[in-house]
Design a protein around this ligand. Structure first.
Ligand code: GLA
Length: 403
């Protein structure tokens, strides 16, 4: 009897610790929009409805941006007497459920934000100690995505905290994409594959190309420092579990060239494409970048093999990504502040990717080249490639064996 009880107790402990996420979610990197990068906590019912409308009318939804995620600042400062989270009554006078229904009525999905700590980063009620309660609450609201942050966690164990919330969401019975946001501090790539669908790999992004914004106690990173920090992580990513180098800053103040480079690199990195700009005020160029279906197709490639920096010479970087059906993405990035001429001989390199075990052999195979920003076929790998790349810009090609 004692042994049986011990065995049951063991089974109970084992099943509560083991991660159990919903299978089949985010088989390609999630795409959507999040309020934080532009609005921080200045969010409202009106804003969400207008953004949902824009996601549809601007062509974002058609391009694949499906999740509308409200970040920090959606809650009132206290839970109610039943322990439920309360949407801020000033920002959301009709509550949050009507808004979720509105977003769903547009054919979009809805996401919310909370934090593993006692309070969110902006000081609203955190989930610590309320994991199962909050998961039931989210499922009852009908949300589809939860971003789960890491402020005010006072030394708790990250793997355990995220696993507890993952299990709570699973038991709540609704498929909810679980986005881990602990900034890469505890190497989530090593343990989160069965915990959530995406995990942040770094601190917060800022709309700068190649710099850092130092706030003293914390730093925000530009596009290039974040891209550099992805080195070595690609072997952990794949369908249903993605490295997340943070949300997009396209349309938030960088030059068009820089926005194009940022978007191209995120697609090479198989990054979640979560726009963070004010969709109601997009320039023609911003829309063109965010909805470029050929670049998005690189990001969303169903094989889900993340790309990498293959070579660097004099601030000219070459990033590559193996794609399904033998194709490759090939991206020349000019990281310098002056334009560069390239004269690239395809016969000079054979690339062997040790992670995917795929070979790009332009000596023995001829590939068709497609320029994904010009949206034009530009010859084959038989001839050397000559091009001019402006400062902080890219030339991204799709190499295809189908001539
Ligand atoms: C952290 C996250 C950001 C954002 C803010 C909200 O900094 O990394 O993405 O969610 O919190 O307070």
């Amino acid at each position: 009897m004692k042994i049986q009880l011990l065995f049951i107790a063991y089974l109970f402990c084992f099943t509560t610790i083991k991660a159990q996420k919903y299978e089949g979610l985010a088989l390609t990197p999630p795409m959507g929009w999040n309020s934080w990068n532009t609005f921080q906590t200045n969010i409202s019912d009106k804003l969400v409805r207008e953004i949902a409308d824009e996601m549809v009318s601007s062509g974002m939804k058609d391009a694949g941006y499906i999740y509308l995620v409200l970040d920090d600042g959606w809650m009132a400062k206290e839970r109610d007497s039943n322990g439920n989270l309360v949407p801020d009554p000033k920002k959301f006078p009709g509550g949050i459920k009507v808004l979720i229904d509105y977003v769903h009525s547009k054919g979009l999905k809805f996401g919310l934000y909370n934090c593993a700590g006692t309070k969110t980063c902006a000081g609203y009620p955190g989930t610590r100690g309320y994991e199962y309660h909050d998961a039931r609450f989210y499922a009852s609201l009908g949300i589809d995505y939860l971003k789960y942050d890491w402020c005010n966690t006072e030394g708790i164990n990250a793997k355990e905290a995220y696993t507890t919330m993952s299990n709570a969401l699973h038991i709540a019975g609704r498929p909810i994409v679980f986005s881990l946001c602990e900034w890469g501090n505890n190497k989530p790539w090593e343990w989160a594959q069965n915990v959530g669908e995406l995990w942040r790999t770094t601190g917060d992004i800022t709309a700068k190309f190649d710099g850092i914004l130092d706030h003293g106690t914390w730093k925000q990173l530009g596009v290039m420092p974040i891209a550099d920090l992805q080195n070595g992580l690609r072997k952990y990513a794949g369908p249903g579990h993605w490295n997340d180098p943070d949300m997009l800053e396209v349309g938030n103040g960088m030059t068009v060239n820089e926005d194009r480079a940022h978007f191209s690199l995120w697609s090479i990195l198989a990054a979640p494409l979560i726009a963070g700009n004010d969709l109601r005020k997009m320039s023609k160029e911003t829309i063109e970048i965010l909805t470029n279906k050929e670049v998005i197709a690189i990001d969303q490639d169903k094989a889900g093999m993340e790309g990498y920096k293959y070579k660097v010479k004099d601030s000219l970087e070459i990033w590559v990504r193996p794609l399904s059906e033998g194709d490759w993405a090939f991206c020349f990035l000019n990281r310098s502040i002056s334009q560069k001429n390239i004269d690239f001989n395809w016969q000079s390199d054979v690339i062997f990717d040790t992670v995917s075990k795929r070979e790009l052999n332009t000596k023995t195979n001829i590939y068709k080249l497609r320029d994904l920003w010009l949206k034009k076929d530009v010859g084959t790998t038989k001839k050397p490639l000559k091009a001019i790349i402006p400062a902080h810009d890219v030339l991204i090609l799709r190499l295809s064996t189908k001539l």
